[in-house]
Design a binder for this molecule. Sequence first.
Ligand code: NIG
Ligand code: FE
Length: 415
Amino acid sequence: MQSGGAMIDSTLCQLWRNTHVSCFTDATGWGDIENAGIVTVGGTIAWVGSLAALPNDWITKITAEHDVGGGCITPALIDCHTHLVYGGNRAREFELRLQGASYEEIARAGGGIRSTVAATRAASDDELLNGALGRARSLMREGVTMIEIKSGYGLSLHDEARCLRVARRVAEQLPVAVSTTFLGAHAIPPEFDGRADDYIDAVCQWLPTLHAERLVDAVDVFCERIGFSAAQTRRVFEAARALSLPVKLHAEQLSDQGGAELAASFGALSCDHLEYVSEAGIVAMSRAKVVATVLPGAFYFLRERQLPPIEWFRKHGVAMALATDHNPGSSPTLSPLLMMNMACTLFRMTPEEAWRGFTVNAARALGASTERGQLRQGMRADFAVWNADHPRDLIYQFGHSPLRQWVCGGSAFDD
Ligand code: NIG
Ligand code: FE
């Protein structure tokens, strides 16, 4: 993982005051504090609590104050599943789907992911970078300070490396952290047509090279009948395990492939999509503490009917994360707030679950929960300041972002 932005003076002691804070520090509940204050020292949260209880010691040390004047503060958002680096777009495919073609039919006919692979290979590094920077800025305008970015539209060693380097450069150029995921096993590229197993061999061979260049924080596979089988997924996971890299999985999006059980047996960070996951798969995830990342953008945009089994996740105590899944084919959204609204309206998640999904559970899905996703002493000073009384207001409204300020590693940014 890499964090961008200027280094902040490590002695700078700042106070945000006059605000409602939702901390998400307990296993359930918002962790609300009225008339609250947050003290940061350098890039770390030093104190959070009711302003009336702010110790005198801190009051004397404060060098900068931010009066939030009735707004609210939440942990910064974490978008734990995106495909932010790609060329071209799929607006034409959207039209075709509206005329009756299905996502799977388009993919089988060589469109879909493959058409984005062609556009990505044809794009220059600068074109890819500028596209990704613009998308990252849109996410940041909704309070995001950490983004997971997958490769998966290069599908050759050369082009996967280019895309992962672009992802790293996003964190060098913007005040945002990026966690990279190698998704070489996203689709079969044209040069491997009909030779899926050979392609998996190639993906497994590329991984050590990409890892040696420090381009890979985690490894993912699209396990699906239009992607890769569970047996092929296992081979990629074994290659990841040989390098001690964590895995995650696009699992059971369009059909049940047993991907959740497989991912759980490898101690995956998360399984993502999961509309068709079985209860046995969820039990396996629960035992291995795998996060379920649900993706309402793809569900909505592909006009899916099969809902992810939220009730089973609750029953088996599986933590739920939420993400945009931003990609040109199945979820071209850049709005975490809209995803939270959709998680509630379409999936019947509670507003509190939706917020946990983009904060504390998203941090878990990226293996970053010791320093992100909650507001408490010792965590990174990453939070979002909103023109709203309470974070539930931000879910109930949709279509605009009332973000006032976002704070990344103790540095404050206004829109
Ligand atoms: O997460 N499911 C596979 N990958 C993406 C879609 C990729 C595409 O259609 O370009 C997803 O939905
Ligand atoms: Fe995805």
